[in-house]
Design a protein around this ligand. Structure first.
Ligand code: ZN
Length: 684
C-alpha cells in the first residue's frame, strides 16, 4: 500500500491516497463511539474502531498482536529519517511533559504543549504535510526554565555535556529559523539535498547522489532493485558510502525488535504463502539485501487469501526529493469482505476501462494485470502511516514487479468511516453555495469520494504503459513525476466516475453521484484545499499540485465555453459553479491523454510546464478569503488518529487471547510509545 501519491504500474511508487481537506462524510447510524478527541493548531485528532476483531480466531488475533508489536518497534526509525535531531527533541519533550515540576496551568505551558503535540503528530519538528519547520509560541527563556525544572537525568544529554551546554545545543534546533527550515525541499533553484533537512543524505550533493545511483543501473536489466531504498548515503573520506538499515547496520537496535516480533508472527501465519512472505521480509531486514525485498514483494502480492495482512518496511519515497529512500511504515490490517465486493467489481472490469479510455492507442495496456483490490480494516498504523494516515494504498512500488506480478490495492475502510463520522456539514454549506451542488455533495459526497479512491487506486495507477526505451518517470520527469502521476490516476477516476458502467456493475447508485465527485473535486482543487496552505506560500506537495493542476487546467481550457465559473454570492463569497458536466468530462479525458503521453514519452519539459503553469501558483486574494472562511468553521485542515491498543492475555507463557482497547488521550499514547518503543539512540 503506497499512499496517495504513489505511483503505480509504469511509475514506481506505492500509492498513498489521503483525505482531501474537504473530505465530506455523512454517515448515519446508532454509533456512539467518540471519534474526535483533541484539537490544536491546524490538527484534529480522531479515533477509529476495529469492527470484526472479536470474530477472528485466537490464532489470527495472536498473529495480529505480533504484527502490532513489530509495527510499533519501527516508530523511532521514521522519526530519525525525518531529521537527524528529531529523537533528541522528542526525548526532551517527553522528559519535560512527564517530569516538569513547575506550574502546568499557565499560558506558556499551554503554548509549549501545543508545540509538543504538533511535533508528536508530525513525527518530528517539521510539519507532516507542508514539511516546514514548526516553532513553539513560548519563548526560549521559558523553554530553558522547563528543562532546568525537569528530570535532568532523563534528558538526551551527551557524554561530557552539562545541562547548559545541552540547552545551548538544542535551542537553535527548536527555535532558529535558519536551522533545518524545511524537511523536503522540491525547489529546484537550490540543491535539493542540501536544502532538505531529512536524514537520508549527509555531506552529499544532489548531483553526487544522482550519479552514484545512476552508476548502479545496468542497461538492459529489466528487473532492477530499488537502488538506495534502505540506506543513508554519506561521504566518508571523500567517498560515497551507504549506511544500510538492517540488523547490524544503521537502526539495528530497532530492526532487531521488528525481526523478533516478525519471527513470532511467522509461527502463526495463516497459510504457507503468508509464512513465505514473512520469512523473506525477516531475511531482508537481517541482510539489507534489496533482492530479498523484491522476492518478499512478489510473495506478498501472491498472498491474496489471508485475512490478516501487513505492510512493514521502508516503503514510500516522498520524503526524499530524489525519490530513492523509503520511509519506515507499517499498516496491520484485516480484510473487510463485505466492502471488498465494490472494489473487486471495479477491478474485474480493469481491461474494459483501459480499452475505453481516451489514451492514445499506443499508450494503452494490452493486458492490465493482477489488480488485487480490497477494503481493509486497519488494526494498527505506525511510522509514515501514523498519526496522519493514507486512506488508500497501492503496493509494491517496484515497477517491474507491478507489471509482472501485479499489485495490491486497498482502501482503509474503517479509517474512511471514522473521517466521515467526525465530519461536519458546516464545511459543505460554507463552500458549496449553489443549491444543486450543495444538495448533491451532501447526498453523494461520501460514496462518490470512496468510488474515486477505488478507481484512482485500482484502475488509475494501473493504467497506461511507457514507450520502449523510455526510463522510469522518476528519472524522466524527475521532481514533477509524483504530481503528474497523481494527476494521471485522479483523471482516470474522474473520466469514469460519471459513466453508466458504474451503475450497471452495481457500485454507484446513479450518474448524479458521479457529478457530485466533479462538484467536490473542482471546488476542492480551486478553493478548499488552499485552507491547508500558509498565506503567501506556493503549492509544493504532490497531491495538492495535482488537484490544482487538474481543476485549474479544466477551468482555463473550458473558459470559452463557460464550463466552470467562479461566482460571487450576494454576501461576496466566492464559489465554484460547474455549468457543463459533459464538457468537463471531455476536458478530463484530454488532460488524461496528454499526461499519459508525457509519462509514456518521458517528456520532462511538457510535464514541467503543466505543473508550473497550473499546479504551483496560488491566487493570493482567493487564498486569503478561503483561510478566513475556513477558520470560522469547526474543522481542521489536517486530521490523524490515536491508535487502538492490543493487549495480550497470557496463560502459562502462551497468548490465549488478545483484547482491543481504544485509548482517548493523544499525549498519553505518545508518552507510552516513547517509553515502550524508544529503541534507538538519540543520534544515529
Ligand atoms: Zn495515487
Amino acid at each position: 500500500m503506497g499512499a496517495t501519491f504513489l505511483f503505480s504500474c509504469s511509475n514506481q511508487s506505492g500509492e498513498k491516497k489521503e483525505a482531501a481537506a474537504d473530505s465530506t462524510a455523512i454517515v448515519n447510524g446508532p454509533d456512539t463511539f467518540n471519534y474526535a478527541t483533541d484539537k490544536f493548531a491546524d490538527i484534529r485528532v480522531l479515533r477509529y474502531q476495529i469492527p470484526g476483531f472479536e470474530e477472528l480466531t485466537s490464532k489470527q488475533k495472536e498473529l495480529l498482536y505480533y504484527l502490532y508489536e513489530a509495527a510499533l518497534c519501527g516508530r523511532d526509525i521514521y522519526w530519525d529519517q525525518n531529521y537527524k535531531y528529531n529523537l533528541t527533541v522528542r526525548k526532551t519533550i517527553e522528559t519535560i511533559v512527564s517530569s516538569y515540576k513547575g506550574d502546568k496551568s499557565t499560558d506558556d505551558w499551554n503554548k509549549f504543549m501545543v508545540y509538543a503535540k504538533r511535533v508528536w503528530f508530525s513525527s518530528g519538528i517539521h510539519h507532516h504535510y507542508s514539511s516546514d519547520k514548526i516553532f513553539p509560541d513560548c519563548s526560549k527563556e521559558y523553554f530553558t526554565e522547563l528543562i532546568k525544572n525537569s528530570n535532568i537525568s532523563a534528558l538526551p544529554i551527551n557524554q561530557g555535556e552539562n545541562t547548559d551546554a545541552f540547552i545551548q545545543r538544542i535551542t537553535p534546533i527548536i527555535f532558529d529559523k535558519t536551522v533545518a527550515p524545511k524537511k523536503v525541499s522540491l525547489d529546484s533553484k537550490h540543491d535539493l539535498l542540501q536544502a532538505s533537512a531529512n536524514n537520508f543524505y549527509e555531506g552529499v550533493s544532489e548531483k553526487e547522489a544522482s550519479a552514484f545511483y545512476k552508476a548502479m543501473e545496468t542497461p538492459g536489466n529489466n528487473t532492477p532493485v530499488m537502488y538506495g531504498l534502505n540506506s543513508k548515503l554519506i561521504k566518508e573520506n571523500g567517498k560515497l558510502v551507504e549506511k544500510v538499515w538492517k540488523v547490524g547496520g544503521m537502526y539495528s537496535s530497532a530492526i532487531e525488535k521488528i525481526v523478533y516480533w516478525l519471527e513470532k508472527a511467522s509461527t502463526v501465519a495463516e497459510n504457507d504463502n503468508q509464512k513465505k512472505a514473512l520469512d523473506l521480509l525477516i531475511e531482508y531486514f537481517k541482510t539489507g539485501d534489496l533482492k530479498k525485498f523484491d522476492e518478499y514483494c512478489i510473495a506478498w502480492v501472491a498472498d491474496t487469501a489471508s485475512v490478516v495482512d501487513v505492510v512493514n518496511g521502508y516503503i514510500e519515497v516522498y520524503g526524499d526529493p530524489l525519490g530513492k529512500k523509503g520511509n519506515y511504515e507499517s499498516v496491520v490490517s484485516i480484510k473487510d469482505f463485505e466492502a471488498s465486493k465494490r472494489i473487486a467489481a471495479i477491478g474485474a472490469q480493469a481491461q474494459w476501462f483501459e480499452d475505453n479510455s481516451p489514451l492514445m492507442p499506443e499508450h494503452k495496456k494490452k493486458n492490465v494485470k493482477g489488480i488485487s483490490a480490497k477494503v481493509i480494516t486497519v488494526v494498527q498504523e505506525s511510522g509514515d502511516a501514523a498519526p496522519s494516515t493514507p486512506i488508500g494504498i497501492n503496493l509494491p512500488n517496484s515497477n517491474w514487479i507491478r507489471q509482472q506480478h501485479g499489485s495490491k490495492s486497498v482502501n482503509l475502510g474503517n479509517i474512511v468511516y471514522a473521517y466521515e463520522k467526525a465530519k461536519s456539514a458546516s464545511l459543505i454549506d460554507e463552500f458549496y453555495i449553489n443549491p444543486d451542488m450543495n444538495k448533491r455533495v451532501k447526498e453523494f459526497g461520501a460514496i462518490a469520494g470512496a468510488l474515486h479512491t477505488d478507481m484512482h487506486e485500482v484502475i488509475g495507477h494501473a493504467s497506461g504503459q511507457i514507450n520502449e526505451g523510455v526510463g522510469n518517470p522518476s528519472e524522466t520527469l524527475k521532481n514533477y513525476a509524483n504530481a503528474l502521476e497523481e494527476a494521471r490516476a485522479d483523471l482516470v477516476a474522474l473520466f469514469y466516475v460519471t459513466n453508466q458502467k458504474l451503475v450497471d456493475i452495481g457500485v454507484m447508485p446513479s450518474v448524479d453521484c458521479g457529478k457530485a465527485e466533479y462538484d467536490g473535486y473542482i471546488t476542492n482543487g480551486l478553493m478548499i484545499q488552499l485552507a491547508r496552505l500558509k498565506l503567501g506560500d506556493n503549492l509544493e506537495e504532490a497531491h495538492m499540485r495535482n488537484r490544482q493542476l487538474v481543476a485549474k487546467w479544466c477551468y482555463e481550457k473550458g473558459k470559452k465555453d463557460n464550463v466552470i465559473e467562479m461566482k460571487k454570492s450576494p454576501e461576496g463569497k466566492t464559489y465554484v459553479m460547474i455549468n457543463d458536466y459533459e464538457k468537463l468530462h471531455t476536458l478530463f479525458g484530454e488532460l488524461l491523454r496528454e499526461i499519459q503521453r508525457i509519462k509514456s514519452e518521458g517528456d520532462y519539459n511538457a510535464g514541467k510546464s503543466l505543473i508550473e503553469t497550473y499546479g504551483v501558483k496560488v491566487d493570493h486574494e482567493l487564498h486569503k478569503e478561503v483561510l478566513e472562511r475556513y477558520s470560522k468553521l469547526d474543522v481542521a485542515p489536517y486530521q490523524g488518529f490515536i491508535q487502538p491498543k492490543l493487549v495480550s492475555i497470557m496463560e502459562g507463557g502462551k497468548i490465549t487471547d488478545v483484547k482491543v482497547q481504544y485509548p482517548y488521550d493523544f499525549v498519553q499514547q505518545m508518552l507510552e510509545y516513547g517509553k515502550n518503543y524508544g529503541f534507538l539512540p538519540t543520534i544515529n
